[in-house]
Design a protein. Structure first.
Lengths: 158, 691
């Protein structure tokens, strides 16, 4: 039995201690925004924030996050209270299939928290580990820069 | 009725397509599916304008074989051309039906108008939702529609749900009593299963069953993480017989040219030249992976001899036919419903995953089984875009213009889709049958765009043209349709040769092309891209180059020209792309830009970086480290100019930019290095080989 704090809510989960956090989020907690992409921490589509820092939930065992704050895309904002990045991704239509989007937004949210005046090149470097096959890279960069400009104070891990 | 969409000819009942529904909404059923390309939003725009309703009322119903029109595959950049034309005609029929019925109800012959689905006269109203159940819209000639929503960049209807994480992908779908299946692929191509000892795996808590049938091995568990862990254990408990079966990756072009093949002369226009060719150049590309960020996925459930499948297939009716054929049941005992998966760029593992799920689910009747492929299987076992070799021979006249052009191709077939004539079975069926030498993939006919010969015919004024294909008779690695099919290498080759001819004629590449291009729409995109990129302005900077690529997709679709700027050091870096495109009437300009730019980035990745690697036994590029794709720092600024043609029919955008982008990058590298690069990708090794 593991006790997890996800998006500010405490959950009890029964599973093997080595179970990757991704499967717990998706199957036990019904939080399906983070996606399975590679299982090896190489594509970023499973990214969540652990104590505010982006992490690959596909290769993070659940035992290692028992006392940490976990934030998924669902925890950043919703339709009534969107995170500035979510607003910007919609405004820039910064996706095609959207499978990589959750990982991109949480990774960018941590970046903006750390570097509110981020540059184009910094966004590209920071997101280099987030793969996209549809080819929306430039739209994503525009969305991140516009979110940075509109809202200097971000609300990561609310 | 002239010019009826083939989709409508096949599904003539208007109520199959569009029907007024509860809460003043309009239900739209199309056989085309959302692959991440935004097609459903563009189709909703067409319906909104045709019916004169706000787009917010339009609901696009997911395609399913128990109610949606059969429109074949969502492929070939034909969704807007086929489904759009059908929906435009059906919407016009409903609009006319509403006006006629309202006129009769009001007893007037005045010209009435529909506003947001409502006809108003003398304080009385009549709406689509007031039409009697037996109202019969008659599809006929469509009168021109005043566009309100078409032509505008309506935000995609599905994007908010994806950005908030609330829209469920097939990977996210969970049904009551659902189980989780995983499949163990053989450790090499053509390996035969000798023995399975499943006692350890069956003893694991949570494992429901283990399935082995021929060379097909898989398991079903009650938790996804248990299924993944159990599969590792099962792999260790299987014994296989392996034989080397794959060609030498380092001489792939040599293999393709020498392998047994079926030769076909597809175009034979004018005599071949007696004179030796002025230019003879050979090109090649490796196998390419679809490399979607999400892996293949499916759900299947058996219930009393009936099969229910949820799939991200591009062709739900074809998948249904294939499943029915395999399990020897009637097609109407199978229902296939489309649920969105990750981005789809051609015939990937979606259909195969449905086969896996169906075979596993047969072991647990009444329980849905959800199958997700591993990354290693996605990059190793999904069909690949075929490796290709091309040789172009051109004879020029006294003015340096091509008089004879021969384009010969060696390749496996580009279509291995289910239920097409002579097509290979689903992967699970191949393994179940222990078939180590499956039927090789086939080729779509050239008049529908062709497969390996797509865009092999140069789009320029050349009096004598021969196009010859050599379709391989064996298939060491499964191949099928990958975005733009043969156009990727053919446009690269044609445009590289055009550049050589321009250099030989001491003429600017843009001027040389324009002098040989009669089609005004083709000329317009070349002129537009040259102007946007300031072609011909400024001198050469060391280690940099600039090139142009042009094609009309399939020689009958959209027009696209690209200018690439590159920097060549120990590697090729694309520093800028400028694109001009003509897709006829632009339904959604931002959607077109997204598709054109996305295609360009994918082509950049293929052309500069990607190659499937393999040894004598198996594919070795199974993770993102072995099969890298372009990442954020690799993606240059892109400017796209749309040459809008509001008076001309819409043409598909999705596959248009790939060939011209590859060609522009190749020609930019030639500009930088002074030599045509023959083999893709444009790695340092392949650059050195051509220098």
């Amino acid at each position: 039995m593991f006790s997890l704090r996800v998006n500010g809510v405490q959950h009890q989960v029964e599973c093997e201690s080595a179970t990757p956090l991704l499967y717990v989020l998706r199957n036990d907690l019904g939080l399906t925004a983070a996606k399975f992409g590679c299982g090896l921490g190489l594509c970023g589509s499973c990214n969540v924030l652990i104590d505010g820092r982006p992490a690959h939930s596909c290769d993070t065992p659940v035992w290692s996050v028992a006392d940490k704050d976990i934030t998924t895309l669902e925890g950043l904002g919703d339709e009534t209270q969107p995170h500035p990045l979510q607003t910007a991704f919609i405004a820039e239509q910064a996706l095609q299939c959207g499978y990589c989007t959750a990982g991109m937004i949480v990774t960018a949210a941590a970046l903006l928290e750390r570097r509110p005046d981020v540059t184009d090149a910094e966004v590209r470097t920071e997101l280099a580990g987030n793969l996209c096959r549809c080819g929306v890279h430039n739209r994503v960069v525009r969305a991140v820069l516009s979110a940075a400009q509109c809202c200097p104070e971000m609300n990561t891990g609310r | 009725m002239a010019d009826l969409s083939p989709s409508l000819t096949a599904n003539p009942n208007p109520e199959v397509w569009i029907s007024p529904a509860a809460e003043h909404t309009i239900h739209v059923r199309t056989g085309k599916v959302e692959l991440g390309q935004g097609a459903l939003t563009a189709l909703a725009q067409i319906v909104a304008d045709g019916l004169r309703v706000r787009i917010e009322r339009v609901r696009m119903i997911p395609a399913s074989t128990d109610g949606s029109p059969n429109e074949g595959y969502t492929a070939g950049s034909l969704s807007i051309q086929h489904s759009g034309a059908a929906l435009r005609a059906v919407a016009a029929a409903w609009h006319a039906c509403l006006l006629d019925t309202a006129s009769a109800a009001f007893g007037v012959t005045d010209s009435l108008v529909v506003e947001d689905g409502v006809v108003t006269h003398d304080g009385r109203t009549f709406t689509y939702w007031d039409l009697p159940a037996d109202a019969q819209p008659e599809v006929g000639a469509t009168s021109p529609v005043e566009y309100a929503v078409v032509g505008t960049s309506v935000g995609r209807l599905d994007i908010p749900g994806r950005v908030f994480g609330t829209r469920r992908y097939l990977q996210d779908m969970r049904l009551p009593d659902q189980l989780f299946g995983r499949v163990l692929r053989p450790p090499s191509r053509g390996a035969r299963l000798l023995n399975v000892d499943d006692t350890r795996v069956r003893a694991l808590p949570g494992v429901v069953t283990v399935v082995h049938d021929g060379d097909f091995v898989g398991l079903v568990a009650d938790r996804e993480d248990v299924a993944v862990r159990a599969l590792e254990l099962l792999a260790a408990d299987c014994a296989w017989k392996r034989e080397p079966s794959l060609p030498d990756q380092h001489d792939l072009a040599g293999y393709l040219r020498a392998a047994p093949a079926e030769r076909a002369v597809l175009v034979d226009q004018g005599p071949e030249s007696d004179a030796p060719p002025s230019v003879e150049v050979s090109f090649s590309r490796p196998y390419l992976a679809h490399a979607s960020i999400g892996t293949a996925c499916a759900i299947a459930e058996w219930h009393g001899g009936r099969l229910r499948v949820w799939s991200h297939s591009q062709g739900i009716y074809q998948l249904r036919a294939e499943l029915a054929r395999w399990f020897d049941i009637q097609p109407d005992q199978v229902v296939v419903t489309h649920v969105e998966g990750a981005g789809c760029y051609g015939h990937n593992g979606a259909d195969d995953a449905a086969g896996d799920a169906a075979l596993l689910a047969a072991a647990v009747p009444g329980r849905p089984v959800h199958v997700v492929w591993s990354r290693q299987d996605e990059l190793g076992w999904a069909p690949f875009g075929p490796a290709m070799a091309v040789t172009v021979r051109v004879t020029v006249d006294d003015a340096g213009r091509p008089s004879h052009w021969t384009h010969e191709i060696w390749s496996n077939g580009h279509s291995g889709r289910p239920a097409s004539a002579g097509s290979p079975p689903l992967l699970a069926a191949i393994l179940q049958a222990g078939d180590t030498d499956p039927v090789p993939s086939t080729e779509p006919p050239l008049n529908r765009g062709g497969g390996s010969a797509r865009n092999a015919v140069p789009g320029y004024r050349v009096p004598n043209v021969q196009v010859v294909t050599n379709r391989l008779a064996t298939m060491p690695l499964r191949t099928s349709a990958l975005r733009s099919l043969g156009a990727h290498l053919n446009v690269y080759a044609v445009e590289a040769v055009m550049d050589q001819l321009a250099v030989n004629a001491d003429t600017d590449p843009v001027a040389y092309r324009l002098a040989l291009l009669d089609d005004p729409r083709g000329r317009a995109v070349i002129e537009a891209v040259a102007e946007a990129a300031n072609w011909g302005v400024g001198g050469q900077v060391p280690d940099t180059g600039r090139g142009i690529g042009y094609a009309r997709y399939k020689n009958l679709g959209a027009y696209c020209a690209v200018v690439a700027d590159v920097e060549v050091t120990s590697r090729v870096t694309v520093t800028r792309l400028t694109i001009a495109v003509d897709v006829g009437l632009t339904v959604n300009p931002d959607g077109v830009r997204n598709q054109i730019e996305g295609g360009a980035i994918q082509a950049l990745s293929w052309t500069t970086t990607e190659q499937v690697r393999f040894d004598a036994h198996d594919v070795t590029s199974r993770t993102w480290e072995d099969y890298p794709i372009a990442t954020f720092p690799d993606v240059p600024p892109i400017e796209t100019v749309i040459v809008d043609r509001p008076d001309l029919p819409s043409l598909g955008a999705g596959e248009t930019s790939l060939g011209p982008t590859a060609a522009a990058i190749g020609n930019a590298v030639r500009d930088a290095l002074g030599a045509t690069i023959h083999d893709l990708p444009l790695t340092a090794e392949n650059l050195m080989r051509s220098l």
